[in-house]
Design a binder for this molecule. Structure first.
Ligand SMILES: [Zn+2]
Ligand SMILES: [Zn+2]
Length: 257
């Protein structure tokens, strides 16, 4: 048992180190970009960055759970403990399993998140909702139980999906960037590609979950919210509005040049 634990430790240390390093690096780069575009702030009357240090403290703690889930999944797969063997890594298996994993995680996230909003479990999710105007630092600012419920996907997915560990890690990386951008509070991605009838979303999607609370529970796609009637009724029109104001500000800055 001790042998297994000692073997697991380097996996865990690397996963935690990379997660924390990426958390700070991604946040710093996005803030530098945002500072040049104050007009892109979604909630113009709120300053979510007032909570920055509280969120950073909470994130560094909750990433211990997130890293543990990923390291646990990778370790279980490498040790051959899973119910299905991973497919050999090829271009087609990578693309196929990445697509399957993103769709599976989005469903897990949607239903897990709906569950966290129930009367019984909300106390574990309340910490994350202290951020009404989320920022790049809010993504992992959550309770340890909350982090485990959402991130345990990376632990159990390897047991039932024939996913190569490289693809699992790539999915987690994409989820990190997607999550951090989704919490960034500044909209740079409004386009017809992220509103009806497209299943894709932009920053406004999860930002509305924090500011309006009852809507937009999914992670990567808007499909589950559209199917289950939990999409913010103003989402599609708000994105159109953001497209128009982005076009106006681009036109006026072109005139100023
Ligand atoms: Zn929530
Ligand atoms: Zn959030």
């Amino acid at each position: 048992m001790l042998d297994v634990l000692l073997e697991f430790l380097p996996f865990y240390a690397v996963a935690y180190g990379i997660n924390v390093a990426l958390y700070f690096a991604t946040g710093a780069v996005l803030v530098a970009i945002q500072n040049r575009h104050p007009e892109r702030r979604i909630q113009q009357n709120r300053r979510g960055e007032k909570r920055m240090w509280t969120e950073i403290r909470q994130s560094v703690v909750s990433l211990t759970v997130t890293a543990g889930c990923l390291a646990g999944g990778v370790f279980a797969s490498v040790k051959g403990w899973t119910f299905v063997a991973p497919l050999p890594l090829t271009w087609w298996s990578a693309i196929l399993m990445f697509a399957v994993s993103v769709v599976a995680f989005d469903a897990w996230f949607y239903w897990g998140h709906r569950l966290m909003h129930t009367r019984w479990l909300y106390r574990f999710h309340a910490e994350h909702h202290r951020s009404v105007a989320p920022t790049v630092w809010s993504t992992y600012s959550d309770d340890l139980v909350d982090a485990f419920v959402m991130q345990s996907y990376y632990l159990w997915a390897v047991f039932i999906l024939p996913i190569p560990v490289e693809v699992l890690i790539a999915h987690r990386l994409v989820d990190h960037f997607n999550g951090t951008i989704g919490h960034s509070g500044f909209e740079f991605y409004a386009s017809p590609f992220v509103r009806r009838p497209s299943p894709m979303v932009c920053v406004t999607f999860h930002d509305r979950h924090h500011s309006r609370f009852r809507y937009n529970f999914a992670n990567f796609f808007s499909v589950w919210d559209r199917l289950c009637g939990t999409l913010d009724p103003g989402y599609d029109t708000d994105v159109e509005e953001a497209e128009r104001s982005a076009a106006t500000s681009t036109a006026s800055s072109a005139r100023d040049v």
